[in-house]
Design a protein. Sequence first.
Length: 78
Amino acid sequence: MTKFLHREDIYSGLLKTVTEYEEKIDSLRADNELWREKLHELQISQSETVSVSQKSASYAPEINALEKKLLENQKSAN
């Protein structure tokens, strides 16, 4: 009889532990999903920033040339 009660206690303890760990797994999955979404947003933001800076860099020679022409015109007007 004692052996049966001891096994029953062990079994109920194991069930409780399994339930606790399942809840912890669910919580970690939710946290993981949240962090994945944040990472994705940051990656999108970074790619947009790189895209804008690449466009700016491609226009830089044209802007520099126009600024030089403007300075030359101002000098010749004086």
